[in-house]
Design a protein. Sequence first.
Length: 142
Amino acid sequence: MENQIVGPILPLRDLVVYPSITSPLFVGRAKSIDAINYAMNNNEKIIYLFTQKEPTTDDPQVNDVFAYGVKSKIIQFLKLPDNTYKVLTEGLEIVKIKSAVKATNNFLTAKLEPVTVSKKNSVELKASLRVLKMNFKTIFKI
């Protein structure tokens, strides 16, 4: 597919990021720091954030993260006194892992493709939203 890209993956423990949201991340694993350094130097500060399936996994591989993640831009990158990093990211769009790529660097990489989210404004959606609002108001009053 022509819109596939290969990019550095940053596995996240117990955190899900979304497009259009700014997220502060604290990074300490060597592979994660290498992925961030690569993104800062070679890739227009773009990194791909994926949540780990099992947060206790210390050395996650591509199959240890969920298939859907977020393409993010690194806004700020600070080294902390304890040799960890604080990274501020902004989610740009949802992406999906198509396949793992043999790493030539010390971090995870995969073939990725953007996910198109349809924003249908159908009659059914409007009706469902109205019912949801009424139910929420009822629950809130209780």
